[in-house]
Structures are given as C-alpha cells and as structure tokens.
Design a binder for this molecule. Structure first.
Ligand code: GDP
Ligand code: IMO
Ligand code: MG
Length: 422
C-alpha cells in the first residue's frame, strides 16, 4: 500500500512537517523527485531541522527512508545533511537507502545552472542554483551519471568526459561565471566517498517486495504542483514531475497501488523565485503574512512572495493529483486579519474564467475575490478541532465546499505537536 503526500502550491507548503507527523504510521518514507532545491523543515523538542535530499521520516526509528530513482543527488549537499544528523544518533547506514538509478548532480551542473540563469537576465527562472535543470537535462538526454555508476571502477572516466563537456557548454553561454573547478572537484570526490558508505539498492525491487510483505509506504513529494514541469506555470517551474504521476516514475510504483493522496496547502499562498502569481500582494497584508509566517526560503534564504489563497489554482492541483485528503498549513499566520480574501475566479481578456489559462501572466490575470470573516484568536496553543474559532471553521467549510475534498489536518504552528486532526 502506497500513500502520497504532495504540495499543491508553489512549494514550501509544510510537507516536511507533515511527513514527520505521519511517519509513525508507515514502514517506509520515500522521496521520488527533485533534489536539494527542496528545503523541508521539521520541528520538535525545540529543535528545527532542515532536510534537502534526505526524506523527512529520518528521525523516527520505525521507518526506513529511501531516496528514489527520480531524485537527483548532490553528494556535497548530501554529506552536509549527514553531518548535521551526526549528533542525533541515527543508524544512517541501515535507515537510509539510496536508489542506484538516482542521478548525480556534478559541480559543473551547478555552474551550468548559474550560467543559464545569468544568460536569461531579467527572464531568469529564479532557480535555487543547485544544478537541478542541467542534471535532469542530462538524464533525459541520456548522458547522466547515476549513483550505481559509483560501484564501478571506471566512474571517474565517465565523470571527466561529462565535466569537460559541461565546461565547453559554460563557455557557450558567454557570461561571467567565476569558478575553481579543481577545488569543487576535491570537495565532490570527498563527498562521493561519504555517499559510497551508504547502501545503494534497486529501490523499485525493494519497494515492490515491501508492498508484497504488506508494508506501508509514504511517498514524499518535493516542490509543489504549480512547479511541475508539465502542469506548472512553465517555464517558471522546476525540472521534474512534482505531481502524483511523478511518484510512479520516481519510485516504480504502479498507479493502482496508490491509495491516499494527501494534498498540502498553506491557508494563503507563497512563491519563491520568478513567475506568475495572480494573488500576490504588494501591500501591508502581504508584508504581514511574510513577517508572521517567517516566509524565507529554507534552501536559499530568499524572501517568499505572499498572497491570498488562490482556489482556481488549488482546484487545478487537486484535480491533477487526485487528492483524497487535504491538509491546511500555517492557519495561525492568518490570525488577526479582519477580513480574508479567497480567489475564486480570474478576469482574463474580459471574461471570468475558472481555470489556469495557458498564457498565465500576472499582468493579464486579475483575481476575483470572495471575502470571508477573519478570526483574532491565537491558534498556536490549540490542540483540538473543537477549540478552533467559528470564523476559521467557516473558512474551512468554504474551502471544502469549493474543493469537494475534506480538510483532515489543520496546522497551527511549526512544531510536530501543533497539528490538529479533524
Ligand atoms: P516544505 O518545503 O513544504 O517542507 O516547507 P518548508 O519547510 O520549506 O516551509 C514551511 C515553513 O513553515 C517551515 O519553516 C515550517 O517550520 C513552517 N511551518 C509549517 N507548518 C506551520 C504552521 O502550521 N504554522 C507556522 N507558523 N509555521 C509552519
Ligand atoms: P520544497 O520541496 C519552493 C523553485 C525555485 C524556482 C523554481 C526552479 O522546499 O517545497 P530549480 O532550483 O528547481 O531549478 O528552481 O522552482 N523551487 C522551489 N520553491 N520550494 C521548493 O521546494 C522549490 N524547489 C524549487 O525557487 O522558482
Ligand atoms: Mg521548502
């Protein structure tokens, strides 16, 4: 049995927190796409942890964590993540398994990312510059290096040929990218040795057997549905399928084995990086969301753009993913607003529409809002659904009515314990 957990917006919905909360009910937690562009935050016992490649179930003794074939791994960042976990006494070698088919991010992939962004100028994607795009390009171009290659003696030859090609490509961009490849390579080779201490597996086979043995698997998504390479706000997207189908290709799970699809969303909207964002706010309300919600990227530290909840986009994400259970995050951040706005349609070329137009650009899409009453109560100490204020229950009821999917979890703070089930 496989359940899926995905972000429904532009990432940073709070996936890490909820995976950590749910892990006790699963035997395996598996990442299926993306790479260290992700920053998944978990908080418990007064400590905040940020994970980039390692699945968010790693702090629980009961679960095995798998980095699946659809993920791209930067050994350098991976090593830093492992170092951060050192003091927590986790048996990493038996608890963290890596797919041989996962692709490797080379130092030159990161440089190519920087060169590509610099060449785009104002039209840049706002990439996290972790080398994600160039690594997936090599994967689909059938030139990539995979984790399994590291088990063969000649992998450095393969590495050299690919890195040399990348250097020539950097020259092609004709932009000023400063680097010292020898230094980057020393760091990379050292990190590869650390990676090689872990267990490499044929993850599809492992997951298949686990299913046959009745184990429960939770697939952990990265990024968000609107950053999906096919269904997101292209070209301002990431380079993987962040939506439900990505779990099938990124782990080798057949579609008919997927049961629950947990869709995570913030009670408002954020986006980091460039690209359209119809409900973005440039006023005091947006500033308040950013400040109270502490909206800074967990990977790059960049301020996140903030705006009202966009139900047109959310409905689209619910449909594409087949969401069965919704989870609303950061509800506490909206405490204190007199009125809350929810976008229920767009004005586009003189018409009112209820879908994402192909040519979605903030300048040609004007949100149509429904206003709801706000609440003043501090939610952060509440633990039961009965405690929630009426205006919040009305907000939830409105969303459930519009989306036709139940909201099963209301999150009222970053800590594991600040999680209300309904
Ligand atoms: P992810 O990428 O989806 O895992 O989300 P991030 O970790 O990038 O961003 C979510 C941020 O919100 C983190 O700093 C979390 O600690 C924090 N967070 C998660 N849930 C809540 C919540 O209900 N309330 C508040 N105030 N913060 C939350
Ligand atoms: P998590 O898993 C938010 C955004 C970047 C940029 C675009 C492309 O923490 O939710 P990339 O580095 O993939 O080439 O960047 O996607 N982006 C994210 N935004 N959360 C993420 O991950 C993101 N991963 C990538 O800001 O706009
Ligand atoms: Mg994040």
């Amino acid at each position: 049995m496989v359940d899926l957990l995905l972000g429904l917006q532009w990432g940073d919905e709070g996936k890490g927190k909820i995976v950590d909360v749910l892990t006790k009910d699963y035997d395996i937690i598996a990442r299926f796409q993306g790479g260290p562009n992700a920053g998944h935050t978990l908080e418990f016992d007064g400590i905040k942890h940020v994970l980039h490649t390692i699945p968010s179930g790693i702090f629980h003794k009961n679960a095995i964590n798998i980095v699946g074939n659809g993920v791209v791994i930067d050994p350098v960042i991976f090593k830093k993540e492992l170092d951060n976990l050192d003091k927590f006494n986790i048996d990493i070698v038996s608890k963290l398994l890596i797919s041989r088919k996962a692709h490797l991010i080379l130092p030159t992939h990161r440089l190519l990312d920087a060169a590509s962004e610099a060449a785009k100028g104002k039209a840049k994607i706002g990439s996290t510059l972790k080398g994600i795009g160039p690594t997936y390009m090599d994967k689909t171009g059938r030139n990539g290096m995979r984790v399994g290659d590291l088990e063969f003696g000649n992998w450095k030859k393969k590495y050299r040929a690919l890195a040399d090609k990348h250097e020539a490509m950097i020259g092609f961009y004709n932009v000023d990218v400063q680097y010292n490849l020898a230094e980057l390579e020393t760091e990379f080779f050292d990190a590869v040795e650390t990676l090689k201490k872990l267990s490499f597996i044929d993850s599809e086979e492992y997951i298949f057997k686990a299913q046959a043995n009745g184990q429960k698997i939770l697939a952990e998504g990265a990024q968000g549905s609107l950053l999906d390479i096919d269904f997101g706000t292209y070209p301002y997207v990431t380079s993987s399928n962040t939506t439900a189908a990505g779990a099938c290709t990124g782990l080798g799970v057949p579609p008919n084995k997927i049961e629950k699809v947990y869709g995570i969303f913030k009670a408002y909207t954020t986006r980091v990086g460039s690209g359209p964002f119809p409900t973005e706010l440039f006023d005091q309300d947006g500033e308040t969301m950013g400040r109270v919600g502490n909206e800074f990227g967990a990977t790059t530290g960049r301020p996140r753009r903030c705006g009202w909840l966009d139900l047109v986009a959310l409905k689209y994400a619910v449909q594409i993913n087949g969401v069965t259970d919704l989870m609303m995050m950061k509800s506490d951040v909206l405490s204190g607003f007199d009125k809350l706005k929810v976008c229920t349609a767009y004005q586009y070329k003189g018409e009112t529409i209820q879908h994402l137009p192909y040519n979605i650009e903030s300048k040609n899409v004007t949100p149509v809002y429904t206003e709801l009453k706000g609440w003043a109560a501090d939610l952060t100490k509440m633990t039961k659904a009965e405690d929630l204020p009426k205006a919040l229950n009305d907000y939830i009821a409105f969303l459930e009515q519009e989306l036709q999917v139940p909201i099963k979890i209301v999150s009222v703070g970053p800590d594991r314990l600040q999680t209300i089930r309904r």
